[in-house]
Design a protein around this ligand. Structure first.
Ligand SMILES: Nc1ncnc2c1ncn2[C@@H]1O[C@H](COP(=O)(O)OP(=O)(O)O)[C@@H](O)[C@H]1O
Ligand SMILES: [Mg+2]
Length: 207
């Protein structure tokens, strides 16, 4: 399966969730490739920060030809996760055309909910050319017991796109893991973050 994390807005958790998902799918025994399609190369930076054995390979393809270049990799992997680029529309279009499932991370803030309009538009446009394209929102950095955390699903429902049941909380361990090129299950296997990542991967595998 080719799963991309995409949102035109920066800082919503694309790289965090892409790395976490690739790690979890690897730990489930699959051959996984992570494609960094963001010219900023944050996923490549994550891989470079790691000491010792890589968990999975990371390649940089920050070009609007990802949908073509990915063909050279599909035969070698069970799953390919794409960390998408913010802002640049032709890069996003290429990532969408490369994907089986587009996952749109959103933070529970009104600003994030409004700005999702852009990426939802691109996904809907992609679905015209690619009938089997699936897409969904995942709520990231949810803060427990806040009104906005509760209302966000309702607000997103206006977009007519699925919302994953799993939500990923605001957990400092994500940032701590990234700093050393690790995933949360390596740093804190029993943490809420690790549990959420497992549930995230499982829900996507069934999606
Ligand atoms: N669930 C989370 N809990 C805590 N921090 C998070 C979480 N998701 C992302 N972050 C932090 O938010 C910042 C932006 O996340 P990142 O994955 O780089 O977003 P994007 O790739 O969409 O720009 C990073 O500093 C990251 O560590
Ligand atoms: Mg990123």
């Amino acid at each position: 399966m080719i799963i991309s994390l995409l949102n035109q807005k920066g800082g919503v958790g694309k790289t965090t969730l892409a790395v976490s998902l690739a790690g979890q799918l690897t730990q489930l025994g699959s051959r996984v490739l992570l494609i960094d399609a963001d010219p900023q190369g944050s996923a490549l930076d994550w891989a470079a920060a790691r000491e010792g054995e890589p968990l999975f390979p990371v390649v940089g393809l920050p070009r609007p030809t990802v949908h073509k270049e990915i063909q050279g990799f599909v035969g070698d992997y069970d799953h390919i996760v794409i960390d998408g680029a913010p802002r640049v529309t032709d890069l996003a279009r290429s990532v969408i055309m490369a994907s089986d499932v587009v996952v749109i991370p959103v933070q529970p803030s009104p600003y994030d909910i409004w700005s999702a309009e852009e990426v939802v538009g691109l996904v809907n446009e992609g679905a015209i050319y690619k009938e089997k394209l699936k897409s969904c929102f995942v709520i990231n950095r949810k803060i427990v017991n806040t009104a906005i955390g509760r209302d966000v699903k309702e607000a997103l429902a206006n977009y007519d796109l699925s919302i994953l049941d799993v939500t990923v909380g605001q957990r400092v361990v994500f940032a701590e893991a990234v700093a050393s090129g690790l995933v949360v299950s390596e740093v804190a296997p029993k943490s809420n973050a690790a549990t959420e990542v497992k549930a995230f991967a499982n829900e996507l595998l069934k999606f």
